[in-house]
Design a protein around this ligand. Structure first.
Ligand code: APR
Length: 549
């Protein structure tokens, strides 16, 4: 009996007593199983045995490359130098704090005020060998955010510093923060190519270096980005997530403190030893919705596990981010569930908030190459930063880690009954399919690795996990990809989904036939009550030649 975890799959000879693996032929009701379904690599989407060989990296009409692609071919990362400074203040690009348009008035003699470059003020405020106290940091940030100086509070930040040991505090004030400030002030040199905004309906990709991302995130930490602080409904960036970290500093809580520890772990690593890779952010739009009731696709392979977490899945899987339409959700606020945790432990994801407009119903964001820097424990209120995580994921020929994350936002059902309505079923199917399909990718993946997902839309967004599991299985079938599903500790749900999947596969139903059964359920459930169990209803509506499971 051997289990080669390095491949991530149990070998054929594994017995059912092997914890975590049960072959389909085994009795799924035996106690102790924590994983059901296909258990071998060849039964699943073929995770790439090695990083896929990609076409040469080069810019195009729908792909902005912020580094010299010729250098990438030599394994080097060199920022693109461009002189078109005008684009640093255009409405289709990220407004940079070093642009001449970013200005602030300063008092002069005789009560006069004069407009000066905000970047000059930022350099003067951040160019320090050390910060004496966290109040020093607050004053520096307020220097170039005078419009918000009276509104922003930093009590959370101060209390976080107060609870640190002297050694930790001195490291932050005397080493890390000055290092982050130095990194932030390299913005004009490192990000000299304007960054386009990924606006709605704009299927576009941006590839940038991890160093450029670190520099942008350091600026976000020090709240230097202009025009990104207003919360007015008519403000210029009302349809974009916030990016400046000011909200994070306001109120103290254990959550906020653990978030800061995770973020400081990232900055500590990148200021000590800057990673030398690239990351691609791609906004994808599903322009042709699927006619689900006519889909001939058959369900693909499924492994369901009650143990484990999506981010710990094998490299090569497409990992789902249970997103907010404002990617990152409450990561810079109080939110701390699946998406926020992912954005904290892979902090390069946070920079997507700088340029990604609110996702529309037919859109998703795919991020390839985001590195993991932290280990954590707990969840939500019990989330705790544990330690640095050494991410050894292999890199592809674009120098990106082979970690592909897709942000898809489920609907937030205030009335749970709504989720059974066909119009919402269609929306969730199309959203998941947009995320799972390889249409419109800058690199059309020849292999289609499995999708690592779970209770998408079934936590904060209160969805029915059994329904959402089926929706994702249908979308994955349409995208011809297998599924690894994590029930996050719910063994009953693991069994239900696994058994339902087996009934559907043995009944040889198509996605279209299943869709029509769901449509029938929708009429029935909405007619009477939600009482009739969805999976029972499906069983009684699909013929299973080998009898009931
Ligand atoms: N791996 C696998 N499953 C997980 C993981 C994980 N790392 N973390 C959580 N889960 C499971 C839990 O069962 C959780 O209840 O996924 C469920 C849904 O997680 P949520 O984050 O609540 O997702 P959702 O209901 O889609 O709400 C999305 O929450 O995080 C914010 O910004 C996000 O606003 C968005 C909303």
């Amino acid at each position: 009996m051997s289990t080669d975890r390095s491949k991530g799959w149990a070998e054929e000879s594994v017995s059912a007593t092997q914890p975590g693996w049960v072959l389909p032929s085994e009795n799924p009701h035996s106690s102790g199983e924590t994983s059901l379904g296909a258990a071998r690599q060849e039964e699943f989407g073929k995770p790439a045995p090695r990083p896929p060989q990609l076409p040469p990296l080069k810019p195009s009409a729908n792909h902005t490359v912020c580094v010299e692609e010729s250098a990438v071919r030599l394994g080097k990362v060199v920022p693109v130098q461009t002189a078109n400074a005008a684009e640093f203040w255009k409405s289709d690009y990220v407004k940079m704090p070093f642009s001449n348009h970013s200005r602030q008035t300063r008092p002069t003699y005789f009560m006069h005020r004069v407009e000066v470059s905000r970047w000059m003020i930022i350099k003067a405020a951040l160019n320090k060998d050390r910060f004496e106290t966290s109040k020093d940091l607050e004053n520096a940030i307020k220097e170039y955010n005078q419009k918000y100086a009276h509104l922003w509070r930093f009590s959370g930040l101060h209390k976080h510093f107060d609870q640190l040991s002297d050694g930790e505090r001195q490291y932050l004030l005397g080493t890390l923060l000055p290092g982050m400030a130095k990194l932030a002030l390299q913005l004009p040199k490192l990000c000299s190519k304007p960054i386009p905004l990924l606006k709605q309906s704009k299927a576009h990709a941006i590839t940038m270096s991890q160093e450029q991302i670190a520099c942008l995130l350091a600026n976000a930490f020090f709240c230097t980005f202009p025009h990104r602080n207003s919360t007015q409904p008519n403000s210029e960036y009302r349809s974009f997530p916030d990016i400046n970290f000011s909200r994070l500093f306001a109120n103290f809580s254990q959550r906020m403190s653990e978030k800061l520890k995770t973020i400081f772990c990232y900055f500590s690593k990148v200021t000590e030893n800057m990673p030398k890779g690239l990351v691609t952010f791609q906004r994808c739009c599903l322009n042709d919705s699927v006619v689900w009731r006519r889909s001939p696709c058959k369900l693909t392979q499924l492994r369901v596990s009650s143990e484990g977490r999506i981010e710990e899945e094998e490299q090569g899987e497409l990992q789902v981010d249970f997103a907010s339409p404002m990617v990152g959700g409450g990561v810079l606020g109080s939110g701390l569930v699946q998406e926020e945790i992912r954005f904290l432990i892979n902090p390069e994801l946070i920079v997507a908030r700088l340029f990604t407009e609110k996702l529309a119903d037919n859109e998703c964001l795919v991020i390839t190459g985001a590195q993991r820097y932290s280990e954590y424990g707990g969840y939500s209120d019990s989330y705790r930063w544990l330690r640095y995580h050494n991410d050894e994921t292999p890199r592809d020929s674009w120098l990106r880690l082979c970690t592909e994350i897709v942000a898809i936002d489920a609907l937030n059902f205030r009335n749970p009954m709504d989720q059974y309505k066909i119009c919402y079923l269609d929306r969730e199917l199309n959203k998941a399919y947009c995320g799972f399909s390889t249409v419109d990718r800058v690199v059309l993946a020849r292999h289609r690795p499995a999708i690592a997902t779970g209770n998408w839309g079934c936590g904060a967004f209160k969805g029915d996990a059994k329904l959402k599991a089926l929706i994702q299985l249908m979308a994955a079938a349409q995208a011809q990809r297998d599924v690894v599903y994590f029930t996050f500790g719910d063994t009953a749900l693991m069994r239900s989904i696994s058994e339902m999947h087996q009934v559907l596969q043995r009944s040889n139903v198509t996605v279209g036939q299943l869709y029509n059964v769901l449509a029938k359920y929708s009429r029935t459930a909405l007619g009477v009550s939600m009482g009739s169990d969805l999976y029972e209803f499906i069983r009684s509506n699909v013929a299973c030649p080998k009898g009931r499971i």
